[in-house]
Design a protein around this ligand. Structure first.
Ligand SMILES: [Cu+2]
Length: 53
């Protein structure tokens, strides 16, 4: 299990397996950090930038 989480956009989608599709509609523009909130996963590198234009 993993999550696709963006605090600033209120996105918190549960994903199972090693790949998946997370659908959401951004409510703001800018660059936001997405991460996985499963303990240890963010620290292990599951995070990155998401740019909304
Ligand atoms: Cu994860």
């Amino acid at each position: 299990m993993h999550t696709f989480t963006i605090d600033e956009l209120g996105v918190d989608i549960l994903l199972s397996g090693n790949s998946g599709i997370a659908e959401f509609t951004p409510t703001k523009t800018g660059t936001f950090e997405y991460y996985c909130k499963v303990p240890g996963h963010r620290e292990g590198g599951m995070f990155g930038p998401l740019m909304v234009e």
